[in-house]
Structure formats: C-alpha cells, structure tokens
Ligand binder design. Structure first.
Ligand SMILES: [Fe+2]
Ligand SMILES: [Fe+2]
Length: 312
C-alpha cells in the first residue's frame, strides 16, 4: 500500500465518522456507501424521504398549512447548508494536511509520452476548474444566505483545484493554456441555464470525472501527480454529495414522470461528457493504467449512482 493509499484510507475513516455523526449532508453518506464503506445513513435517508413525501403532498393542503410546510422546508434546508459551510471550513485543514507531505518542487522524472499525456490532461482541467463562479452566484441571489455561502465556498474549492492543476503543470515543466474553445462553449452554455440546471450539469461533469481523479490518485505516474489526484478526488466526493443534497431539494416536487424525463436528458449529457473525457484524456488514462473503455463504463456507473441519489 502506498502512502497515498494510506492517506485515502485515513480520509475514508474521517468521512465515515462525519457521516455517522451527521456532520455533513445526507448525500455524503450515500457516496461513502457507494465506495463500499459501511455507514449508518439509512435512518437519515428515511427521514429525508419522509420529508420529500411531505413536500409532494403540499398541493393537497390549505394555503396556511402550505406556508407552514414551506417554512419547515426552509429551516431544514438552511440547517443542511449550515452543515456544508462547516464542512468547507474544516476542509481547509484537510487540504493543508495533504499538501504539507508533498514535495512540490521535486523534478518530474517521467518518460516523454507520459509527461505529454498528463500535461495535456492537466491543461484542460486547469481551464475547466478555473471559473470565477460569478454567474452561478448571481443566479443563487434568491437563495437563502446559508445556501449562497455554501455555494461560494464550493466555488473557492473549484478555484483551488485549478491552482492544483497549475502546480502539477509547473512540476511537469509545462505552462497553462490561455484558453480553449471547448471551455468557452461550456462556459457560455452554463450561463444561459438556470441554477438547478447548472447544478445538474455540474453533477454530470463531476460524476463522470470521478473515476479519472480516483485513478490519478492511486496510479498517477509520480508522487506529485498522485497528490493532485488525491486532493481533488477527496474534495469532489463531497462536491457530489453537496450537489445531490441541493438537487434532491430541487426535484422534491417533481412527479415521477418528470423525473424519468429529467433522467433521460441527463443521461444523454453524461454519456456525451464521459465520451469526450475518455477520448480527450485517453493518453493520461492509459498512463495511469486505465483503458479508456474501462474508464467510460466506470464514469457512467458513477453518474447513474449520483443521478439516482439526486432524483431520490
Ligand atoms: Fe473540481
Ligand atoms: Fe467539484
């Protein structure tokens, strides 16, 4: 077992402890469960399901009752986002603990093909993770202060990911890219979407990227590359859980037929995103010992689990 594997195992224990203690959103427990970790989130999920059933009945009650239920829902959501704010705040210490053990200035002694493959991949991700989140936060202007703050902290972590990829590029002796047409198209698309749709798009993109980040953390070609993968994979696991928590609230009142339609459209987006990543990052995947076709299957399974959790 490498030092990175040991680090992941230690973090998994901490994540499980947080989930069991209710220290984070319900979605994080489900993700821990997908990773094969035991947890006690079933009771939390039952409570959440009951809460969603209550929301589904809202149309059948009087205006006064509806107002009371909406108030309870807002309190429950705020409580959930307050826990996420705490998670993001505590995550800074975890970041420092991971990063302090990495010799960022060590030279990358890698074969030319491997260096080029990881460089190409990191340059794409450095751009993709580097948005300022201005439009996302503007769309969230009508959300509660707790949700807005949680979203702001999420954006900060995404910007840190961009910096981590830039650090990885520096280690590889490569520079960042000034821009790329695919990133510009993705950014324009996000700007015309509503908040819930943009979060759904994020969930698809991050769920399909997760298997890549995990293989990077476990089988990246050197310590620095593995450290970048580890930092990002651990954060993204929580980002998925955070987005699932928000989307569960967003889709709470959507009837089953509507959810089926959402899933069908969402699935097409995920297949597209997974295929683009498998093709564009195929050399990096192979450098980490993962065949692009195997990655593709893992990516779609990852998305299916995330979408199922979000659509409840
Ligand atoms: Fe990220
Ligand atoms: Fe993320």
């Amino acid at each position: 077992m490498t030092a990175t594997d040991t680090g992941i195992a230690r973090h998994a224990v901490r994540v499980r402890a947080l989930s069991e203690g209710g220290g984070e959103g319900a979605g994080s427990g489900r993700l821990a469960h997908w990773a094969g970790e035991s947890n006690r989130t079933a009771a939390v999920n039952v409570r959440l399901d009951a809460f969603h059933c209550t929301l589904a009945k809202v149309r059948a009650v009087t205006p006064l009752q509806r107002e009371m239920l909406a108030g309870r829902a807002a309190v429950a959501a705020d409580d959930q986002f307050a826990r996420w704010i705490m998670h993001f705040a505590n995550n800074r210490a975890r970041h420092e603990a991971t990063e302090v053990s990495v010799d960022w200035d060590s030279p990358a002694a890698l074969p030319e093909g491997v260096r080029n493959a990881i460089t190409h991949s990191f340059q794409r991700f450095e751009l993709g993770e580097g948005g300022d989140g201005e439009h996302l936060l503007r769309k969230a202007a009508r959300c509660s202060p707790a949700q807005q703050e949680a979203l702001r902290l999420l954006v900060v972590e995404e910007q840190q990911h961009s910096e981590l990829f830039a650090r990885g590029l520096q280690h590889l002796g490569a520079s960042t890219l000034p821009g790329h047409w695919s990133d510009r198209v993705f950014t324009r698309l996000r700007r015309i979407l509503g908040l819930r749709t943009e979060l759904a798009l994020f969930l698809a993109a991050e769920a399909v990227a997760m298997p890549y980040f995990v293989v990077l953390s476990r089988s990246g070609p050197d310590d620095v590359i593995r450290a970048v993968g580890t930092r990002i994979a651990l954060d993204e696991e929580h980002h998925l859980a955070f987005q699932i928590d928000q989307l569960r609230l967003g889709f709470a009142a959507t009837p089953p037929a509507g959810r089926a339609l959402v899933f069908a459209v969402w699935w097409c987006v995920a297949v597209g995103a997974g295929t683009v990543l498998a093709i564009d990052h195929r050399a990096a995947l192979r450098a980490c010992g993962l065949a692009p076709r195997s990655y593709w299957g893992s990516a779609l399974r990852s998305f299916r689990r995330a979408a199922a959790a979000a659509l409840g």
